[in-house]
Design a protein around this ligand. Sequence first.
Ligand code: T3D
Length: 262
Amino acid sequence: MTDTVLTGLDEGVLTLTLNRPDKLNSFTPEMLGALQAGFERARDDAEIRAVLLTGAGRGFCAGQDLGGRDPRNGGEIPDLGTTLDTYYNPLLRLIRGLEKPVVCAVNGVAAGAGANVALACDIVLAARSATFIQAFSKIGLVPDAGGSWLLPRLVGEARAKGLALTAEPLPSATAAEWGMIWKAVDDAVLMEEATALARRLAAGPTLSHGLTKRLINGAASRSFDEQLDHERDLQAAAGRSEDYCEGVTAFLEKRPAGFRGR
Ligand code: T3D
């Protein structure tokens, strides 16, 4: 892993920090590769029971590094479908498919694919100073990184189209009011709150958190009937976990549960 994404593992939480602050952490291929490697590590390492994603400096992420897309330098513009296939889509699939909670601490502006990577995380906290910008239309592109799927589901079609077509910055407090993110918090306490939340989740019943994420991620594409069947199947699996036995025992013994994530 390179220093464009910093990593740290503490109390079961893998923290991934986007680290190109002078360019508002805009994504280079190297950085996207490093981020993908971080999420693969989270998927494969049983010690990791939650991920915390954030950015260094005053921005969270300004999307694709446009320095690498300069049409003036005579070079060929890459096929953007190929870059999505190579870099963004595998990353988004990893984040959504990871059966462990992913908390995102949006510390400043989140634009383009940067906004949509944040929205793909499970619980998004944002600093009050942060804004979300569907910047794509400003440069003649369409929303990507899952945004065209996530946005209408999070905020409804009218607001999704408004955000995507105008590229107006949405303040984090409004994003929270609209249900686009979990909450907006004072800048000074963002990392404290996000870290505490990620640690709490990492100490929780990881298997059931993963199954819950699977249920909710897929709910929009299933009928009510299908979802009831899916709940039945996943509840049966959760009911066979060590953490379920521990949870019920702890309740009956009137003590806090000591979940082990399996
Ligand atoms: O290409 C593909 O593979 C397809 C995938 C596309 C996915 C996408 O994400 S497309 C959308 C790309 N992102 C944008 O269009 C956003 C561009 N940035 C901005 O509009 C503004 O920077 C912000 C609204 C995000 C923040 O504005 P502000 O005024 O707070 O900061 P700034 O002064 O514009 O930026 C600070 C520095 O970061 C500046 O560098 P400098 O001049 O000090 O050396 C600026 O150039 C740099 N920066 C910001 N965003 C990018 C960037 N450099 C490269 N790429 C960026 N996206």
